[in-house]
Design a protein around this ligand. Structure first.
Ligand code: ACO
Length: 342
């Protein structure tokens, strides 16, 4: 449920602020897909079934090997996500609920593995096996960042921040990528190809690609004293203020407020002050007091602060939209299942 005028977002009746504070991402994924928060037994079964499917076929490595070393991770994720379809041909039987549930576990289990493989490919690093004793997010961090240590131990501050970011992205009504998921799946295409199409829609800079575009914009602005000139350029239509404006929210995006606080927290605990965060805050302050933005009801959206936070966590800019895709996966899945059941 979204009330764009009042800046309210709820998943299945629960306010996003409450979920970000009190739930974890796996609980929220269950909530979005099944409509209710899980009991302890349901939660254990859900995470067990998902973590059972974290490995991918060895041939997937060959698919990754075909990409140039500096390939963008988002098209790599899109291609390999579609490629999963060939490993699971029975997934085409989309009218069977048991088949659908199996693909849901596989999608949630394998997409972090593919995302981590895309990341490691761009770094020239060997792929890392999943560690199913870690949490869902902790295992993702293991597959991204484990080096020569015997066992990877996730940093709890990073693990929590990433978990919250995934919660914030989990679903958002009939947005561009979700619509794409529904449209492609409506022809009874399998969920891997449909999710690959949704990810392709997410890739664009007016949708999920905005988090990458925001960081490029902040770097181009370069310092707080250039903010006034940049806002002037925006008003003269020489540039867009990336991370501002939303088709549904005509008020402060509630997710942006949570990300802004998380960015402050992570920076304070891990990496120290970041001049890009200062530029972002200055941009927000100037824009929110400027008639151009006030008249058009333009406020920060979820992508405005996520880039600064992802950067503080050590992610390269190109990886940002992949993280959005991981977070949004439960939403795409839930909307697909709802459409099929309807
Ligand atoms: N910077 C400057 N001006 C803007 C911006 C912006 N970010 N967004 C909208 N405007 C202006 C438009 O130029 C238009 O002005 P006009 O009426 O004088 O012509 C007016 O505000 C309305 O703009 P629309 O494009 O009609 O607004 P809409 O609600 O359709 O667009 C969108 C929403 C696409 C998100 C837009 O605000 C935008 O391009 N924002 C920047 C990209 C971005 O941050 N995208 C991420 C969205 S969140 C997500 O997908 C996860």
């Amino acid at each position: 449920f979204i009330d764009g005028e009042r800046g309210i977002l709820r998943y299945r009746g629960y306010p996003i602020e409450q979920l970000a504070e009190q739930a974890n991402y796996m609980e929220v994924a269950y909530l979005v897909v099944h409509g209710e928060l899980p009991t302890k037994a349901q939660y254990d079964g859900w995470t067990h079934n998902i973590m059972q499917h974290t490995m991918v076929h060895e041939n997937m490595k060959k698919v990754f090997d075909g990409f140039h070393y500096d390939a963008h991770p988002m098209p790599m994720l899109i291609s390999t996500l579609a490629a999963l379809s060939n490993f699971y041909p029975a997934s085409r039987n989309v009218r069977d609920e048991a088949v659908r549930m199996l693909q849901i576990y596989r999608l949630l289990g394998k997409v972090p593995t593919l995302a981590a493989m895309a990341y490691r490919h761009t770094k020239g690093l060997p792929y890392v096996m999943p560690d199913n004793d870690l949490s869902y997010v902790g295992n993702f961090m293991n597959m991204l960042w484990r080096m020569a240590e015997c066992r990877y131990t996730p940093n709890p501050t990073l693990e929590k921040a990433l978990d919250v970011l995934f919660i914030l992205h989990a679903d958002h009504e009939q947005n561009c990528s979700t619509n794409t998921m529904r449209i492609v799946a409506s022809s009874e295409s399998d969920p891997y190809c449909a999710a690959a199409s949704a990810a392709a829609a997410l890739y664009g800079p007016l949708h999920g690609g905005a988090n990458e575009a925001v960081l490029k914009m902040l770097r181009q602005i370069g310092s707080k004293d250039k903010v006034a000139q940049f806002i002037k350029d925006v008003k003269e239509r020489k540039a867009l203020l990336m991370g501002f404006g939303h088709r549904v929210y005509k008020n402060y995006d509630p997710r942006a407020a949570i990300v802004k606080r998380a960015a402050d927290d992570v920076l304070a605990k891990l990496s120290g002050p970041d001049p890009l965060l200062d530029i972002a805050k200055q941009l927000e302050e100037v824009a929110l007091g400027d008639d151009y933005f006030i008249e058009r009801s333009l406020y920060p959206n979820v992508d405005f602060y996520t880039g600064v936070l992802y950067k503080a966590m050590g992610f390269p800019t190109k990886a940002f939209t992949v993280l959005f895709a991981l977070g949004r996966l439960p939403g795409w899945i839930a909307q697909w299942r709802e459409m099929m059941v309807d």
